[in-house]
Design a protein around this ligand. Structure first.
Ligand code: ZN
Ligand code: ZN
Length: 317
């Protein structure tokens, strides 16, 4: 089959990659659409030391199992189900897990991907593939209200005007009335302007006023957390939404002095994301910047890496 494969920091376009064989409780899914994510770009830089087929944002058609012939999306953490972490209900933290396209499991930039049946969710007919392919990042944005207390009057700042910043802002604006997205790209901020409850600001115009109750760092940059500390109020909360390859150093004393809560945040509820697409709460189509055929997958990733784009999609036909 065709696949975009990462080997020792080198990406290659393959047409002879072996089609994966599903194991027990796994299903072969024929991919129809996949999205390039910041995490993919970090993996190429060496994050997690991943080798194999990239891609964890996808929609496809189940080839077998109870959902055979239906369109599906898949949660990315493949947990064992048996260990004490899984039994305690924290399956996405299973120490024995693999993660689609990120850790010990081939991903979705390919004609086919193997996914555990329990990870699959049927996509309602009203949700087109171009929308369904955003389920994983929208679910990740919905993880924030699952983790931190939010009320209508809170002042929220989202740092980063990229894909995830946009989605987090939309989710948070459904709960709180004062969401400000801070970014460096006027054209990306413009996509959010006009959405109710969302204000936008260029990073260079932001005052370090220490007034936000909650700051969500979606920058994917080592400067995100230090910037967040200049905006969060004492006893406020910073949610860290993006991973950065490599080590970071910074002054941690302000976190103690100002009693700031720092919350790491990763994967979220797929059912909630699908519901938000059905109800029209979250708008994703304006985020699509470019699309490539799977056979040009390396070019698609290069496009996402080198240009200030939002979402680059791969059509798998
Ligand atoms: Zn992702
Ligand atoms: Zn487990």
């Amino acid at each position: 089959m065709r696949a975009v494969v990462l080997d020792a920091d080198r990406l290659s376009q393959r047409s002879d990659y072996p089609t994966p064989t599903p194991g027990d409780d796994e299903v072969l899914v024929r991919v129809t659409r996949a999205g390039v994510c910041e995490t993919d770009l970090q993996l190429i830089k060496g994050y997690m030391g991943f080798r194999g087929v990239l891609g964890h944002e996808f929609v496809g058609v189940a080839e077998a199992g109870p959902f055979k012939g239906r369109r599906v999306v898949g949660e990315i953490n493949c947990s064992c189900g048996d260990c004490s972490t899984c039994r305690a209900g924290r399956r996405s933290h299973c120490p024995n897990r693999s993660v689609l396209g990120i850790l010990n499991h081939d991903g979705a930039f390919a004609d086919y991907i193997v996914v555990p049946q329990r990870n699959l969710h049927v996509v309602p007919d009203s949700i087109v593939d171009d929308v369904a392919v955003f389920t994983e990042p929208v679910a990740a944005a919905f993880q924030i209200p699952d983790q931190v207390y939010l009320d209508h009057d809170m002042r929220v700042v989202v740092l980063g005007d990229g894909r995830l910043g946009n989605l987090c802002a939309q989710v948070l604006a459904g709960i709180t009335a004062h969401v400000t997205v801070v970014g460096k790209h006027p054209e990306k901020l413009a996509i959010l302007r006009g959405r109710s409850g969302i204000a936008t600001k260029l990073l260079k115009d932001v005052e370090p006023d220490r007034a936000a109750d909650l700051v969500v760092d979606c920058t994917g940059s080592p400067t995100g957390l230090p910037t967040a500390l200049t905006l969060v109020r004492p006893r406020g909360t910073i949610v860290m939404k993006t991973t950065v390859a490599g080590e970071q150093t910074m002054a941690w004393a302000p976190i103690v002095i100002d009693e700031v809560t720092i919350v790491g945040s990763r994967c979220g509820p797929f059912d909630r994301a699908l519901m938000a697409f059905e109800s029209g709460e979250i708008e994703v189509l304006p985020l699509i910047s470019a699309r490539y055929d799977l056979s040009q997958g390396v070019d698609a990733i290069e496009h996402a890496r080198s240009k200030p784009v939002l979402k680059v999609l791969l059509d798998v036909k």
